[in-house]
Design a protein around this ligand. Structure first.
Ligand SMILES: [Zn+2]
Length: 350
């Protein structure tokens, strides 16, 4: 049997299926609508790619969100922040919070994991997408690294970490005030475990490094390769995890979270700010992001991450999640990844 991920197609599988109906707008003549079911054997994601192009026709009214979330009631704004955000015990950090420049990191009051923290980038309450520049976000990512370093000193058994971002309510952001979250643990999440397993299986069957071969494959294919910027490769995901597509990014040579230099973080955040500018122009106001990494140097998981734009469909505020994604674990995506790549490329050219 052929291995699930082989050099030939790097586990990118697709089949075309046709739906038929009698079209009321064309005298009820039979119409065919072809779509692709894509399976990415590396990530385990299945997406149904619809050939028409999703456009968000109008930008949601951000002012409504701001009106409903005044600074005076915001737990992350100066005033309440000092009073009601949790602190660490002094044995972890004497000051109760980790601080890097203007960013502060503290325990999540609603933890999802044994070690789950929140980072406030700055005192600024609402930061629109185009203002999420490396100047604003860098300290926030560096304070995560400081915290991970301290945690590993105290708990050398920790193995996996992630930095995660729900920006704005359509992406599950519970507060307008921009913040990210970290998770660090001995075991990875199910998705991270899947990435590691894929790389392990690939090494056994093909004898190479999955991430190196996959990036080389995508560059050769050319249709989803957006750009290389410094240590980072940017791709449109073959089988996206979101209805508006997905951008994947890879630190080609970085084998642990601590291998990332400050310059690497700046490179990442500069690339993200290019994507934010594109999202802004395309009427998006929201996204999810995750950065996955191991603590120890290893050859299984190159540091990598994903960004998925999120939206609600007006006028009803219809969710971009549906039964297919929630209950069948497959994503309906009316955006061709190859089109997303083509759209994003100019934003990566100076
Ligand atoms: Zn605030």
């Amino acid at each position: 049997m052929e291995p699930m991920i082989c050099k030939k197609d790097m586990g990118c599988r697709r089949e075309v299926t046709v739906g038929r109906y009698l079209d009321p707008f064309d005298g009820f003549r039979e119409k065919e609508a072809a779509f692709e079911i894509r399976r990415d054997e590396i990530t385990g994601v299945t997406s149904r790619i619809l050939p028409y192009r999703l456009k968000v026709p109008q930008k949601p009214d951000v002012q409504t969100y701001i009106d409903r979330s005044p600074e005076a009631l915001c737990p992350f704004c100066p005033g309440l922040f000092e009073k009601i955000t949790p602190r660490f015990t002094p044995d972890l950090v004497a000051e109760g919070k980790f601080k890097h420049g203007m960013a502060l990191l503290f325990p999540n009051a609603f933890p999802y994991d044994r070690y789950n923290t929140v980072v406030r980038f700055s005192p600024q309450h609402y930061v629109p997408l185009p203002e999420l520049t490396p100047e604003l976000t860098l300290d926030g990512f560096l304070v995560c690294r400081d915290y991970f370093r301290r945690m590993v000193e105290l708990h050398p058994e920790l193995r996996y970490c992630s930095i995660n971002w729900n920006y704005m309510p359509p992406a599950g952001g519970g507060l307008l005030h921009p913040h990210i979250q970290t998770v660090i643990g001995e075991t990875p999440t199910r998705f991270m475990q899947g990435l590691c397993d894929s790389a392990g299986r690939y090494r056994e069957s093909e004898g190479g490094n999955l991430w190196e071969d996959f990036i080389a494959y995508e560059k050769e294919q050319g249709e989803r390769f957006i750009a290389d910027t410094g240590a980072v490769t940017w791709l449109a995901a073959f089988a996206p995890k979101g209805m508006a597509g997905e951008v994947s990014f890879f630190f080609r040579e970085r084998r642990s979270i601590f291998a990332l230099t400050e310059g690497d973080f700046i490179e990442l955040l500069t690339g993200l700010s290019r994507i934010f500018a594109y999202l802004e122009k395309s009427n998006f106001i929201s996204f999810n992001l995750a950065l996955y990494a191991t603590i120890q140097e290893n050859d299984i998981l190159r540091v990598q991450g994903k960004l998925v734009p999120r939206f609600v469909i007006l006028p009803l505020g219809t969710s971009d999640l549906n039964y297919f994604e929630k209950l069948h674990d497959e994503i309906i995506c009316p955006v061709m990844p190859e089109d997303l790549c083509r759209d994003l490329k100019p934003w990566f050219q100076d």
